[in-house]
Design a binder for this molecule. Structure first.
Ligand code: PLP
Length: 428
């Protein structure tokens, strides 16, 4: 085997050419490498470590929980305080009418659970033909086969194309930097997107459409693109008009990253019917994600089969839930959402001032502490780098040399090739 393919890790990585550096300790916003180098974690991993690392309160909460109950199978006969308390904490005051929770291990599992929940909902209501999910062309909802089916991330889907569902169709996302016409007003652009979605609903037949799924603020594929004003209002109205569930994926953008607990709170809508959460929920101390749902969905299942046709061995894991409670309590006690808003403004200004003028920087955008810098080969003509140019990877590698970890993403999603880096540091 060629030397360049010999990795120093027995764990399979995205590239076998990579020689991942070993992290031996982490504290606050710093990662300490075996080589002695210290890295500033400018993206909190992939937007995960929201309160930084090395917090003794979380270690204590985990230890307390393990000593009390390490594990119960929450899928059937049992529940426990940790899971119930986490649900109560998240659902206090029923944000957006969300009143029940499912806890799973990863964001992809949360997407799968959301898809299944929507499917079961329509089936219980005697409308099992409502099976189409409309998703967005540039989108990422996870890596399991189910989650990939609703993800417009071509690079991650292509070799699994035989496994992809025919029940999913795609419309354009709200991505004004690349997809809004030069002379098109924001209102006209939002209306065009709403018209496209409505046309797709009518093409499939509203009686056949289960849900529309979108990231409230996009993450991996296009990079921290918040919707234009009015977009989600129009989407919510269409979902209501045609009796379609709105699923908002806030696995990456939610749990405080944009300055509000839920990103949709800034969209002037009453909320989604189903919402997925993850990453900052457990802040990286534990693997934990979840699905929040509105009462009417619970009621339909309760009046129908009387249960959830879904579950995992480790769902609502007590230790994970106990850690997440401690993470969320720190966010509240230390008023970290206020810090996200204040520091986010500063970060945005710095990124715009320092990087915006560079020839290769097309767009700087974000909300709260969730920012992205999109690169262009020619920013004046909006000519993106060619797929395979490796530009984004070079930026990420150079940043790492300089001691900064940021998240680089590139992908051909639909006809749009995007190269961007995400700067989404811990809320501290
Ligand atoms: N949804 C969104 C918006 C994401 O950004 C991700 C991961 O980056 C996922 C779902 C999948 O989450 P996980 O990697 O925890 O399975």
């Amino acid at each position: 085997m060629a030397d360049s393919f010999v990795t120093n890790s027995n764990i399979l990585h995205r590239s076998f050419k990579a020689r991942p550096e070993r992290v031996v300790r982490a504290s606050g916003v710093s990662l300490f490498l075996e080589s002695g180098k210290v890295i500033l974690d400018g993206s909190a991993g992939p937007a995960v470590s929201c309160i930084g690392q090395g917090r003794p309160e979380i270690a204590e909460a985990i230890a307390r929980q393990v000593n009390q109950i390490a594990y119960v199978y929450s899928g059937a006969r049992f529940t426990c305080d940790a899971a119930e308390d986490l649900a109560s904490l998240l659902l206090k005051d029923r944000p957006g009418g969300l009143s029940k929770a499912i806890f799973v291990n990863s964001g992809s599992e949360a997407t799968d659970a959301a898809i299944k929940l929507a499917t079961q909902y329509w089936s219980e209501k005697g409308q099992g033909q409502k099976k189409y999910i409309i998703a967005r062309k540039q989108s990422y909802h996870g890596n399991t086969i189910g989650a990939l089916c609703v993800s417009g991330h071509e690079e991650r889907r292509t070799i699994y194309s035989d496994w992809m569902s025919n029940n999913v169709t795609f419309v354009d996302p709200c991505y004004s930097y690349r997809l809004q016409g030069r002379n098109e007003s924001t209102d006209a652009y939002v209306q065009r997107l709403a018209d496209e979605l409505e046309k797709e609903i009518l093409r499939l037949g509203p009686e056949n459409v289960s849900s529309f799924i979108a990231e409230t603020v996009s993450g991996t594929t296009t990079g921290c693109v918040a919707a234009e004003p009015g977009y989600f209002k129009a989407v919510r109205e269409l979902c209501d008009k045609y009796d379609i569930l709105l699923i908002l994926d806030e696995i990456m953008c939610g749990m405080g990253k944009t300055g509000t607990m839920h990103a949709w709170e800034q969209e002037g809508i009453s909320g989604p019917d189903i919402q997925t959460i993850g990453k900052a929920l457990g802040g990286g101390f534990v693997p934990l994600s979840g699905v929040l749902l509105r009462e009417h969905i619970f009621e339909a299942l309760a009046a129908g089969s009387g249960g959830l046709i879904h579950g995992h061995t480790f769902q609502a894991h007590p230790t994970a839930c106990a850690a997440a409670i401690a993470v969320q309590e720190i966010i509240k006690k230390e008023k970290l959402l206020e810090n996200v808003t204040a520091m986010g403004k500063k970060l945005g200004i710095m990124l715009e001032e320092e990087l915006g003028p560079l020839d290769v920087v097309g767009d700087v955008r974000g909300r709260g502490l969730f920012w992205s810098v999109e690169f262009m080969r020619d920013k004046h003509d909006k000519m993106p780098f060619e797929p395979g140019s490796g530009f984004c990877n070079k930026v990420v590698a150079r940043a790492l040399e300089l001691g900064l970890n940021i998240l680089g993403n590139l992908g051909r999603t639909g006809q749009v090739h995007v190269e961007h880096v995400m700067v989404c540091p811990p809320y501290i």
